[in-house]
Structures are given as structure tokens and as C-alpha cells.
Design a protein around this ligand. Structure first.
Ligand code: HEM
Length: 135
């Protein structure tokens, strides 16, 4: 009798473990299908996002942001919002002279130094990209 109840106990235990594993796996499968469904959703909304990204800014609009406290700059036909960068620029406030303007020449010649900015500076510039310039 003792042996039978022992077997019964282990039998029930094994069934419970198997049921637990099946339950856990089915939960996981659900999560994966939910995830792939939301991924699909993302890919359907991405065209809307990219059309937003392709918004262009005109020279007239750039001109409206010509102060150190509100500074847009055109560099190589792209518009950057450099407002938050001006104060940490290693070259000092000379950069602010080009707010609201096309700073391509100044950027490529580092002002009067006639030497281009480093690749690091170019990389940094990307952080401030707003939009392409409307032609
Ligand atoms: C368009 C007007 C700009 C002018 C006239 C200008 C001028 C200068 C000058 C004269 C220096 C040399 C400082 C020194 O070594 O003592 C310098 C350095 C530097 N500038 Fe500008 N700058 C301009 C725009 C920018 C922009 C838009 C960025 C990046 C967002 C930038 C990032 C840097 C960096 C990182 C340095 C350190 C040296 C290097 O990595 O090339 N500058 N700048």
C-alpha cells in the first residue's frame, strides 16, 4: 500500500511537471506571435515615418533662426539645429555668425584656419540634423 501511494505521488508529480512545461511553452509561443504581429505593425507604419523624415526646410525658414539662442545652419544642403551645441563648440562663438545662414564654407575651412573640421566633428554634426534644404 505504501508503495502504491508512493507511485501515485510520483505519477501525479510527473504529470504536473509536464503540464507546467506545456503551459509555459504555450505562453512563450503566444508572446512570440504577439511580437511578430507588432513588428509587422511597425513595418506598416514606417512609410509614414519616412515621409515625415523627408520634410524639407527652405532658406527663408532657416533665416528665421539666426540667433545664438535659436540657431539653424545650412551645411552642404542640409539644415542643422545647432542651438544646443553653440556653447560647447571648441572653436568658440565664431560659429554663431553663421546662424540662419549657409555655413558650408566656414565649416569646411574651420573659419579662418583654412583646415577642415575633423571626422569627429562631422560625426557630431549628424546629431543636429533637422532636414534637407528645400531647393
Ligand atoms: C560653420 C561655422 C563653424 C566655424 C567657423 C567653426 C570654427 C572652428 C574653429 C576655428 C575651430 C578650431 C578651434 C581650435 O582648435 O582652437 C573649430 C573646432 C571644432 N569645431 Fe567648429 N566651426 C564651425 C562649425 C562647427 C560645427 C557645426 C560643428 C559640429 C557640430 C563643429 C565642431 C567642432 C569641433 C568638434 C572642433 C574641434 C576640432 C575638430 O574636431 O575639428 N564646428 N571650429
Amino acid at each position: 500500500m505504501k508503495n502504491i501511494s508512493k507511485e501515485l505521488f510520483f505519477g501525479v508529480l510527473i504529470i504536473l511537471i509536464i503540464a507546467g512545461i506545456i503551459f509555459y511553452q504555450s505562453k512563450n509561443d503566444q508572446k512570440i506571435t504577439q511580437k511578430s504581429a507588432s513588428n509587422k505593425q511597425e513595418s506598416t507604419i514606417s512609410p509614414a515615418i519616412s515621409s515625415e523624415e523627408s520634410k524639407k526646410i527652405s532658406v527663408e525658414e532657416v533665416k528665421k533662426h539666426s540667433k545664438k539662442e535659436d540657431c539653424y545652419m545650412i551645411i552642404e544642403n542640409k539644415v542643422y539645429d545647432l542651438t544646443s551645441y553653440i556653447d560647447s563648440h571648441p572653436g568658440g562663438l565664431i560659429i554663431a555668425r553663421f546662424c540662419g545662414k549657409d555655413g558650408t564654407g566656414a565649416f569646411n575651412a574651420r573659419g579662418k584656419e583654412k583646415e577642415p573640421h575633423s571626422p569627429k566633428a562631422r560625426e557630431l554634426l549628424k546629431k543636429y540634423y533637422l532636414a534637407d534644404l528645400e531647393k
